[in-house]
Design a binder for this molecule. Structure first.
Ligand code: PMP
Length: 409
């Protein structure tokens, strides 16, 4: 070890700031704890046999290309197959668009932020929103502006009001980050009207819209709204998608689709980061699309996750104390719960872990504080039995805490 400690850059220092929650959740590793904390797909959705067959064939028949370096934007026939797949699922890929295949949509988030955000630029985010996106944005020191959500998704009236004020104060308005369908963590879906309004605000203030959509393909209930990408008429939406939940996260295949004028910058930057995404994974994903494996996996995932969501909702109904409420997501992997007022879910976590159940305190997902009584509950990974038992334990603990926090109790 050097005698004088070597410190990472300030940028890394802020990104790697230690999290008490991470420390507590580490305690769950290797123990028989029912965890609602993660966001892992159910491995039962992985089409193992079909992927094994595809991988063997791809290597045997196309090994010279599939095991080789490949172009930065992605393997050309894969991008073509992807464009067809997206169009058939209601995501409009226009003539002037470009697709870049990324190493998970997490990389696409990083590339978009790196490419678009200068220090001090205003980035509007839903409150609450996906924690790992917030952490990526923070690397580039923007002014993150929280826009609350309700059961119709982002409050675009608040968005407009904040945009107007910040523009008049001379801030550079740059981007709106949104997960409009089956949002993480809240599970809400943005209504048609709000989507329209969001795009109007974006046009008025010349904002890029980053539409992050890992969940809409396997929603369990019909979603009565088009993708922002499909509604966009002024070339300002970058749509992010991923194969993580509809095939396998281990393949690390995501993508960004948007106007060539914007996406070409993402391609330039990605060449500095990882040259290109795994060629082999792209070949496998391409064949999985062509052979209908992705569509079949989506159907399986839909069935499995609907059953698990319903099991969790039912158990919450039975065990959560009066004064709690929660979302009823049309898809995705999470339910967002509001404990009775006065319960601090962050402070309660160590006790929950002691009783063999874990979750993520919701306050982590708010940029502007708040959400002290909220929690995010994952239903995709635990079994139906674990869901029932875990919610029962959590419900008991919540009842005790709610009792303690009631005045005079
Ligand atoms: N965006 C959102 C909203 C997510 O929930 C996730 C992961 N669950 C990602 C992006 C990143 O996913 P991946 O990198 O596996 O595509």
């Amino acid at each position: 070890m050097p005698s004088t400690p070597i410190t990472p850059s300030r940028r890394v220092g802020s990104a790697a700031s230690s999290s008490d929650i991470r420390e507590i959740l580490k305690l769950t590793e290797g123990r028989s704890i029912i965890s609602f904390a993660g966001g892992l797909p159910d491995p039962a959705t992985f089409p193992k046999e079909e992927l094994a067959e595809i991988a063997r064939e791809v290597i045997e028949e196309h090994g010279e290309s599939a095991l080789q370096y490949s172009p930065a934007p992605g393997v050309t026939p894969f991008r073509e197959a992807l464009a067809g797949f997206l169009n058939s699922h209601g995501v409009r890929v226009a003539e002037e668009d470009e697709i870049v295949v990324t190493t998970g949509s997490q990389e696409a988030l990083y590339l978009a932020a790196f490419t678009l955000v200068d220090e001090g630029d205003v980035v509007f985010v839903e409150s609450p929103t996906y924690l790992a996106a917030l952490n990526v944005f923070k690397l580039f020191r923007p002014r993150l502006v929280a826009v609350p959500i309700d059961e119709e998704g982002m409050r675009t009236d608040v968005l407009e009001e904040k945009a107007k004020r910040l523009a008049s104060e001379g801030y550079r308005l740059k981007m709106i980050y949104t997960i409009p369908t089956c949002q993480n963590p809240s599970g809400t879906t943005m209504s048609r009207e709000r989507r329209k309004h969001l795009l109007e605000v974006a046009e008025k203030y010349n904002l890029v819209v980053l539409e992050d959509d890992p969940y809409s393909f396997f929603s369990f209930e019909p979603v009565d709204a088009e993708h922002l990408k499909t509604m966009d008429r002024s070339g300002r939406v970058i749509y992010l998608g991923t194969f993580s939940k509809i095939l396998s996260p281990g393949l690390r295949i995501g993508y960004a689709v948007g106007p060539e004028s914007l996406v070409s910058h993402l391609v330039q930057v990605r060449q500095l980061v990882d040259l290109h995404s795994s060629t082999l994974s792209q070949y496998i994903a391409m064949e999985a699309i062509r052979r209908g494996v992705v569509d079949r996996t989506v159907e399986r995932a839909r069935r499995i996750y609907r059953e698990k969501r319903d099991a969790m909702l039912e158990a919450m109904e039975e065990y959560f104390p009066e004064g709690s409420r929660w979302t009823r997501p049309a898809g995705g992997l999470f339910i967002f719960a509001y404990a009775p007022a006065g319960v601090d879910t962050r402070a309660m976590l160590p006790e929950a872990v002691k009783r063999g159940v874990a979750y993520v305190p919701g306050s982590s997902f708010f940029v502007d504080g708040g959400g002290a009584n909220t929690m995010r509950l994952n239903f995709s990974y635990p079994s139906v039995e674990q869901i029932r038992e875990g919610i029962k334990r959590l419900g008991r603990l919540l009842s005790e805490k709610a009792g303690q926090s009631r005045p005079g109790a």
